[in-house]
Design a protein around this ligand. Structure first.
Ligand code: GLU
Length: 445
């Protein structure tokens, strides 16, 4: 059974980058008939809040990326402790006593000598007596995971292909702070093992972490999951932008962007597949393929998002939006108005044209007699069978007008505008007597 997880820290709300990570995990799980887990990485008690956790869950709900299950790391500290004790007994984690200033200094010295700033493992040289003395002086140790430096770290990334890291060029990662709190690295591995995660899909900023975590899986006697690291998103200007970090669900909702548009775009940017409008996620889930993702940064463009949003709205069936339309709007009205909107909020403008006669439409004096004729004809038509064609064909015969001269005065008198939804679709939505009145009222100065 395929199982993926999305593991945000509730230290902020979701932004476009981690929405994409959530989406890729969700899509792959859906495609494979697997499970998609939400894991709240709240080991940082100071920065994690319930409000952010709630907001993340609400945002995933809005996006339609509902997790099949949900866990939080703060409920699992006892389990981490147990695994930690095992690793300590095996000598795979060890206590260190350097202050951050000391570590900084060590790094600077190495860099100054042109050497990689790797932790020198000085703490491994301490005797029991040294440690006791340090602890007696009030220094609580932080803990590092001891890398096996003899074998290269190799994995086959589903997006990036074969990856190889030399552990001798990496520092033993700190996994626990002096106050006993956990850093992300080890709890994440323990969770992935316990929860049977088969695929870890995340941003490429985690590639080095993966190399280090591979040894943690091994140390825990567990097989590692498969990994897929997606290239990061960049902004419109082609650079990592601050703006991307602040673009989240609130912004999309406020600007009339559909969740489906966010998903349709994020599913395909950075891949060799085109961004396409869809009425639901089925086709995108089916065609999802890690091998189609490129290694170059994916460009996220808000103009492209707005464009795909409009194209999606133009094909959404009435049932998909019915709960969000103005009172009284039915499937026929949706079909008539849908091609003219960029956001669902635009519906209101066109719907009020249906319901209310325009105030002071701009009518050419020489069109007034023509509109009187139009009103007379409109009053006699069978409104249930294509009144627009009935009206315009009779008017054409009567007046000899064609093209713009035939249509525009009618559109103006009926809607007050020079453009808008197809009149053949719009006119049947306007009550017949109301339409006759709109034409009649503009037939005399
Ligand atoms: N909490 C980590 C993050 O947000 C999770 C990384 C992971 O997916 O393992 O970066």
């Amino acid at each position: 059974m395929i199982k993926t997880r999305f593991a945000p820290s509730p230290t902020g709300t979701l932004h476009i980058g981690n929405i994409r990570t959530a989406l890729l995990n969700w899509m792959f799980a859906r495609q494979q008939g697997g499970l998609f887990l939400l894991r709240l990485d709240d080991t940082d008690a100071e920065r994690s809040t319930q409000a952010f956790a709630d907001a993340i869950i609400a945002d995933l709900g809005w996006l339609g990326l509902k997790p099949d299950d949900q866990v939080r790391q703060s409920d699992r500290f006892a389990l981490y402790q147990k695994r930690f004790d095992e690793l300590r007994d095996k000598g795979r984690v060890y206590p260190c006593y350097e202050s951050s200033q000391e570590l900084d200094l060590k790094r600077k010295v190495l860099l100054g000598r042109g050497l990689p700033p790797i932790y020198d493992r000085a703490a491994l040289q301490l005797t029991d007596a040294d440690r006791a003395a340090l602890e007696a002086s009030g220094i609580a140790p932080h803990w590092r995971f001891k890398l096996d430096q003899s074998t290269p770290l190799i994995f086959d990334d589903l997006i990036r292909g074969s990856q190889r890291f030399d552990p001798a060029l990496l520092s033993d990662p700190v996994i626990r702070r002096g106050d006993g709190s956990w850093l992300y690295m080890l709890p994440s591995v323990i969770d992935d093992v316990d929860m049977g995660i088969t695929h870890v899909v995340r941003g490429e900023d985690h590639v080095t972490n993966t190399a280090l975590q591979l040894q943690m899986f091994e140390a825990l006697d567990a097989p590692a999951p498969r990994f897929a690291h997606a290239a990061l998103l960049t902004g419109e200007e082609g650079k990592l932008s601050k703006r991307l970090g602040s673009l989240g669900v609130d912004h999309f909702r406020d600007t009339g962007i559909e969740a489906l548009a966010v998903k349709a775009l994020l599913a395909r940017i950075g891949t060799s597949d085109p961004v396409i409008p869809v009425a639901d996620m089925t086709a995108l889930n089916e065609s999802f393929n890690f091998a189609h993702f490129g290694r170059a940064p994916a460009r996220f463009d808000e103009t492209e998002l707005a464009a795909i949003n409009a194209r999606i709205l133009h094909l959404l069936p009435f049932e998909a939006v019915s709960g969000r339309l103005p009172e009284g709007m039915d499937a026929q009205a949706w079909a008539a108005i849908r091609p003219n909107i960029s956001t669902l909020g635009d519906v209101g403008i066109w719907w009020s044209l249906v319901r209310h006669a325009p105030a002071n439409p701009n009518i050419d004096p020489e069109d007034r007699a023509y509109l009187a004729d139009a009103a007379d004809i409109a009053a006699t038509l069978d409104w249930a069978s294509d009144p627009w064609h009935g009206l315009t064909s009779r008017l054409k015969d009567n007046s000899g007008r064609k093209g713009k001269a035939l249509f525009l005065p009618l559109r103006r008198a009926l809607t007050g505008l020079d453009h808008g939804p197809d009149m053949a679709a719009l006119l049947p939505l306007i009550d017949q007597q109301d339409a006759v009145a709109r034409l009649r009222n503009n037939s005399a100065a």
